[in-house]
Design a protein around this ligand. Structure first.
Ligand code: 5GP
Length: 187
């Protein structure tokens, strides 16, 4: 008899600007057996974005069709834009025994935990709120208005970090990545 082992789902969240995208990229680079979800979004493309790599960029109508068709595992409206996780790649990876990472905000993460109670929730925190503000401003990708909205949302997200299985402080990329790798090994 063969027993097939399912993959584990890791959900990584944290306030905008904390550096979770860079951390996730590094984890995937060092652990090629782990895949990462590519979300759909209606937000505008940034200079560094690549269609089908950083996100699938959708119109509002296209995104709402994905909701209608139940093709999203979870979705949210974050500062006026839709973001959602296509469900098929998650199921395919887990069924094939591959671990899978979602890099999503807090509301989506808590919804995923309801659907997949075994999902491991990891919150990446900044060393301080001042540091977070500095990083967000330094990124230069935001208008005054979207910067303010992201800072306000960050405050809300920080209130929910206790609901996560693990909290990792992003002091340096190296320490944050190895802490998360240790969590993955332990699980
Ligand atoms: P950004 O615009 O900076 O790329 O992303 C904004 C926020 O949306 C980040 O906190 C990011 O983790 C989150 N996000 C990205 N994709 C998804 C998704 O598919 N679902 C949810 N719930 N949040 C997402």
């Amino acid at each position: 008899m063969t027993t097939s082992k399912k993959g584990l789902l890791y959900v990584i969240s944290g306030p905008s600007g904390v550096g979770k995208g860079t951390i996730c990229k590094e984890i995937i680079k060092r652990n090629p057996s782990i895949s990462i979800s590519i979300s759909a979004t209606t937000r505008k493309m940034r200079e560094e974005d690549i269609e089908g790599v950083t996100y699938y960029f959708k119109t509002i109508a296209e995104f709402e069709e994905m909701i209608e068709n139940n093709s999203l595992l979870e979705w949210t409206n974050y500062n006026g834009n839709y973001y959602g996780t296509p469900v098929a790649p998650v199921k395919d990876a887990l069924n094939a025994g591959r671990d899978f990472i979602l890099e999503i905000e807090v509301e989506g993460a808590l919804n995923v935990k309801k659907i997949f109670p075994d999902a491991v929730l990891i919150f990446v925190d900044a060393p301080s709120f001042a540091d977070l503000e500095k990083r967000l401003k330094g990124r230069g990708s935001e208008t005054d208005e979207t910067l303010k909205a992201r800072i306000n949302r960050a405050k809300e997200e920080l209130l929910l970090k206790d609901k996560y299985d693990y909290v990792v402080v992003n002091n340096t990329l190296e320490t944050a990545v190895s802490e998360i790798e240790n969590i993955i090994k332990g699980e």
